[in-house]
Design a protein around this ligand. Structure first.
Ligand code: DPM
Length: 321
């Protein structure tokens, strides 16, 4: 027995997807932790997830049960990694037994962005011509944009950000919709042509924030993660996730949210829409940030009273077809 063995802290192993965006995010987390704990060793382990492999099928059809997270979760449960870094919006609201949301980091702009083909550089969503083809695979973006702009056409688009931008630039689409946060993190913020206002498109639950998933009750990891936690973002995202969980909507249904914290008041706005955008129910609740999850559940109940259950039932049937 040498004393140096017990004195040396173990290396922390971080699970990440291999995509460019995932790696930028994971390096950001690693660098912040390294700054806070200069004496600890952090190591990144990359893995491919199902979502990285299936690129030709509409997202909504392949379901959402951990499409981008499952392989990372298996790694943690097997003890190969200690925590995983996700785009919070890709992390299901119900996690596998034995895992938990360890922390949520500071949020980038959570809004959606309109990115246009060069020929439309003087246009905005309002002024795109009749029949202009807008690329998105998000049913949430589709439903809300159809609701506000019934004269536009919508076409599925998959692939990573660079692939999508290339498809746009080649002229296959007049415009595409992407998260502002993803473009900014990849240093492509200049491609954001218009930040789509919340009145037009409510963002996805957790959009723009990173969620760190770890083993339940792993005290050492939970303590380390405190260094990168953002309390306000956490409260907002807990409200958003409770809302989505309560509606039993996965991340691939037309459910959108917006949250603000002003003083000691958290306001959560949420909406559920039909795929054709013709039915759209929307409401808001406010209360103490300490009651974030209750606020989410209350808003879900309100929307159910306004017809959200029926709208979602029709969508689940359509997706299953
Ligand atoms: C989820 C959706 C999309 C991603 C659905 C939605 C967009 C799919 C698409 C749940 N995950 O938003 O309604 O447009 O085909 C994803 C992106 C980011 C995380 C890319 C994006 C980066 C932004 C972030 C894909 N996941 O939305 O443009 O960290 O929030």
């Amino acid at each position: 027995m040498t004393s140096s063995v017990s004195a040396e802290a173990r290396t922390i192993r971080i699970g990440s997807r291999k995509s460019q965006l995932a790696l930028v995010q994971t390096h950001w987390v690693r660098d912040r932790l390294q700054e806070s704990y200069p004496d600890r060793k952090f190591e990144i382990h990359t893995m491919s997830t199902q979502g990285d492999k299936i690129l030709d099928v509409a997202l909504a059809k392949i379901g959402d049960k951990g499409l981008f997270t499952k392989e990372l979760e298996v790694g943690m449960l097997a003890g190969e990694t200690d925590f995983a870094v996700h785009s919070l919006k890709d992390l299901p609201t119900n996690l596998p037994e034995g895992l938990m949301l360890g922390c949520v980091t500071e949020r980038e702009n959570p809004a959606d962005a309109l990115v246009v083909h060069e020929k439309h550089k003087d246009k905005q969503l309002d002024t795109l011509p009749e029949g202009a083809v807008v690329g998105t695979s998000s049913l949430r973006r589709l439903a809300q944009l159809r609701h506000h702009y019934p004269h536009l056409e919508f076409k599925d688009i998959r692939g990573n950000l660079n692939t999508r931008l290339a498809k746009l630039d080649e002229g296959n689409y007049d415009a595409i919709i992407l998260a502002v946060a993803g473009l900014q993190r990849l240093g492509m913020g200049d491609r954001v042509h218009q930040i789509i206002p919340a009145e037009v498109s409510l963002h996805a639950v957790g959009q723009g924030a990173l969620g760190i998933e770890c083993r339940e009750g792993d005290a050492e990891i939970l303590e380390l993660l405190k260094a990168i936690e953002d309390v306000a973002t956490t409260q907002r995202c807990l409200a958003e996730r409770a809302f989505l969980r309560s509606l039993e909507g996965g991340c691939q249904v037309p459910i959108g949210v917006n949250t603000t914290i002003e003083g000691d008041r958290l306001t959560l706005t949420g909406m559920v829409a039909s795929l054709d955008g013709k039915q759209l129910v929307k409401d808001s609740v406010s209360g103490s940030p300490a009651d974030a999850e209750t606020l989410g559940v209350n808003l879900a109940n309100r929307l159910r009273e306004q017809g959200a259950t029926e709208i979602l039932e029709v969508i689940f049937r359509e997706i299953a077809r």
